[in-house]
Design a binder for this molecule. Structure first.
Ligand SMILES: Cc1cc2nc3c(=O)[nH]c(=O)nc-3n(C[C@H](O)[C@H](O)[C@H](O)COP(=O)(O)OP(=O)(O)OC[C@H]3O[C@@H](n4cnc5c(N)ncnc54)[C@H](O)[C@@H]3O)c2cc1C
Length: 374
């Protein structure tokens, strides 16, 4: 591994939007950077719903290629992270990977998030986000159509961005290939896209009825059964059983392995109780697995990239004994895709809503802000 006249060695665990942005920026300042990820390729998660139409390979970029392009080192390994280990790593400035000790000056944890619903592996008729990282939505749909059912029933569970984006892509895919089908959307609440203004829900529900998609609010997913049945609970605590030939579960994600609290500069803060907080001076967190005291903390690539870049800035400033920068990044816009050439988004202020074709301006602006890994 190259060790040119570097000004410090940084280990980054997790090569998603946060980890890669951090690595790229650090490389501009002559750090020796080692990126560690449990997978061999980076997945463009923000475009995962398009895998309804094309193979997953189009969304994957091998880490070897990225590391070669930007000049950092890459190790493929699944690193166990616990509170005890974090304290030890801060103390010893080294960690053991694949049987060998690797020393560092700074460590960045950017391990992202995972599905909050735990679905057992290997189901043909029921899939969650983890499953869709291994096999595209298109493959699941092709398998369903091979069964030659006259009117297959497809269900999507969840009312957030991921579920809505997949829903409209799946609708487009089915329309091109199947005469009769039923598409159902189930959601535990009554307002779709709850983190967005009411206009987003209204626009979206109009599109659902325009396309003949059945919408079932206020149903809470309880259980998926092996015989293509799903059990929901309604507001009156009554169980409702529905048949579904293929179900997509998008009930949200949670930080992995846990949510790391940081100070305003991105350094992990640990506390045994609320009084005794300790800053790990050399251990930073960025992306979905981090919570900063101020600024945009949403589980988005937009926030992940900004946090990754801030951590890189602060590692450089710390090494030069300069004052650290606070994370204050505000959300500048957001976009939800509703199938080809349609969507809804906001730019600069949340009431500046753009719909349909014009919403694509927001999409492009948000995409551009993700930098070279968009
Ligand atoms: C379908 C979909 C559409 C989305 N659309 C948008 C969008 O339009 N705009 C937007 O801003 N956001 C969007 N998001 C959210 C966005 O993808 C996430 O917020 C973003 O990926 C978070 O980046 P991250 O770097 O924190 O984590 P991730 O991208 O999840 O990367 C984490 C990395 O860490 C690795 N890792 C995890 N644990 C370990 C370990 N123990 N050891 C080694 N490696 C490990 C993983 O393999 C992974 O590569 C979307 C998400 C989905 C699923």
């Amino acid at each position: 591994m190259a060790n040119k006249a570097c000004i410090g060695k940084v280990l980054i665990i997790g090569g998603g939007y946060a980890g890669i942005s951090c690595a790229i920026q650090l490389m501009e300042s002559n750090f020796h950077v080692i990126l560690i990820d449990s997978k061999i390729s980076f997945l463009k998660k923000t475009q995962l719903h398009y895998s309804t139409h094309f193979p997953l390979s189009r969304l994957r970029v091998e880490y070897q290629k990225i590391s070669k392009r930007f000049g950092f080192d890459f190790i493929c390994s699944n690193v166990q992270i616990t509170l005890q280990l974090l304290k030890a790593w801060q103390r010893e400035k080294q960690l053991k990977i694949e049987g060998r000790n690797i020393e560092f000056d700074y460590l960045v944890i950017s391990t992202g998030s995972r599905s909050s619903y735990c679905l057992k592996d290997g189901k043909e008729d029921c899939v969650d986000l983890e499953g869709l990282r291994k096999r595209s939505a298109g493959k699941f749909l092709q398998n369903l159509l091979r069964q030659d059912k006259p009117c297959p029933k497809i269900s999507l569970i969840g009312g957030g961005v991921t579920s809505i984006q997949f829903l409209f892509e799946i609708h487009t895919w089915l329309q091109k290939r199947q005469k009769g089908f039923e598409l159902h959307l189930f959601y535990k609440g009554d307002r779709l896209l709850p983190s967005y203004p009411q206009t987003f829900h209204d626009y979206c529900t109009n599109k659902l009825s325009e396309h003949g998609i059945h919408y079932h609010p206020n149903l809470w997913l309880k259980e998926t059964k092996p015989d293509r049945k799903i059990i929901f609970e309604n507001k009156q605590n009554k169980n409702i059983e529905i048949d579904s030939d293929l179900s997509f579960i998008f009930t949200g994600v949670k930080p992995y392995p846990t949510l790391f609290q940081t100070d305003a500069y991105g350094r992990i803060v640990i506390s045994s109780d609320h009084k005794n907080e300790k800053i790990l001076e050399n251990v930073y967190a960025a992306g979905d697995c981090s919570s900063y005291p101020e600024g945009l903390n949403s589980l988005t690539a937009q926030a992940a990239v900004r946090k990754g870049q801030l951590v890189a800035t602060n590692i450089l400033r710390y090494s030069k004994k300069q004052e650290l920068m606070k994370y204050l990044y505000p959300c500048l816009g957001s976009f939800v895709s509703l199938g080809p050439w349609d969507g809804i988004g906001w730019l600069l202020v949340s009431f500046n809503t753009l719909k349909g074709l014009s919403a694509f301006t927001v999409k492009e602006a948000v995409k551009a802000s993700l930098g070279p890994i968009a």
